[in-house]
Design a protein around this ligand. Structure first.
Ligand SMILES: Nc1ncnc2c1ncn2[C@@H]1O[C@H](COP(=O)(O)OP(=O)(O)OP(=O)(O)O)[C@@H](O)[C@H]1O
Length: 294
């Protein structure tokens, strides 16, 4: 059995009457683990709860055996990069890390040793003396990961770290996360399926606050076998088709287009079967969960 680093048992979290996490049980093992879900699925709420930034209202969460009910016991184990990460724009990259290290109680000797090494690891050594406001989006995100790693936690929680990055930076960041996951547990939240496909073996899918899948990415893909089809349609008939079928892709610019769609109930007479992608499988999962909620 793989070692469980984060244990979530029957967690419920709400904002007033809005339920954001709904009876969620999830055991996260060592290594890289993906958390996928559409906007509003409850990913940020879950991550903030694990990081002991939001009180656990019902259920239990432990990180490396420490309960989030005792934030001071959990925080040494966790590094957190929030979705809306920002730093003081006039500080240099190195100065910002020095300041944050000081605030989190790291000794001067520890900061002297760790900060240059982290800048090097995050490929930011050349930017050490650049002001934060002059960094690109990707550099800023890597600086955010450096700040999350300052106290050398075992668990790294990253909320949408690739959002808004160009493809090159996205690939670079994924590679960096892969390296980090060799030593640490990395919980990566995103709504970009490609991020999960490229970096995680295991994934949890959330929708409407609930866990709708947990397991291997490849097993998720296989669940969509026999449920993805393709057909040719005229552009004019596309809107009517969409009303009855979840469409995952449309290609072609002439009079007709090729439409890829999900047929959860098997509808073979209207198209040719296709090999599912992870994205198809994810959309199928969320589509099915939406249907159950109605
Ligand atoms: N501070 C808040 N007050 C009220 N409702 C909130 C608050 N924060 C989140 N919510 C609601 O809780 C639900 C879950 O939100 P959450 O941000 O956790 O989802 P998410 O999966 O991270 O979404 P996104 O990908 O858009 O960041 C949503 O319906 C959201 O509108």
């Amino acid at each position: 059995m793989p070692e469980t680093m984060i244990e979530i048992e029957d967690l419920c979290q709400s904002y007033g009457r809005k339920v954001a996490v709904d009876h969620l049980t999830l055991h996260i093992p060592r290594g890289m683990f993906g958390l996928l879900g559409p906007n509003g699925a409850g990913k940020t709420t879950l991550m903030r709860t694990i990081a002991a930034l939001m009180r656990c209202q019902q259920g239990a969460v432990t990180v490396c055996g420490a309960s989030v009910q005792k934030p001071a016991a959990v925080r040494p184990h966790i590094g957190y990069l929030p979705q809306d990460f920002a730093l003081y724009p006039n500080m240099t990259a190195e100065g910002a890390l020095q300041y944050l290290g000081l605030l989190s109680g790291l000794s001067a000797a520890c900061r002297r040793a760790r900060i240059p090494a982290l800048l090097e690891q995050m490929n930011l050594a050349e930017q050490a003396h650049k002001r934060v406001r002059a960094l690109s989006g990707g550099m800023l995100r890597r600086l955010g990961i450096a700040q999350a790693l300052l106290h050398d936690p075992e668990v790294l929680i990253l909320d949408e770290p690739t959002a808004g990055l160009d493809p090159e930076e996205r690939v670079r960041l994924r590679a960096l996360l892969g390296e980090l996951a060799e030593q640490k547990t990395v919980l990566l939240s995103t709504h970009v399926v490609g991020d999960i496909e490229a970096s995680c073996g295991e994934v949890a899918v959330m929708d409407g606050g609930r866990l709708v899948y947990c397991g291997a990415v490849e097993a998720l893909r296989r669940r969509a076998q026999g449920k993805v089809y393709e057909t040719e349609l005229s552009h004019g008939s596309l809107a009517a088709f969409r009303a009855h079928h979840p469409v995952t892709a449309v290609s072609g610019t002439g009079k007709s287009c090729t439409v890829r769609f999900l047929a959860p109930e098997e509808d073979p007479c209207i198209g040719r079967p296709c090999e599912p992608s992870v994205e198809d499988a994810y959309l199928l999962c969320v589509h099915a969960a939406g249907g159950e909620r109605q």
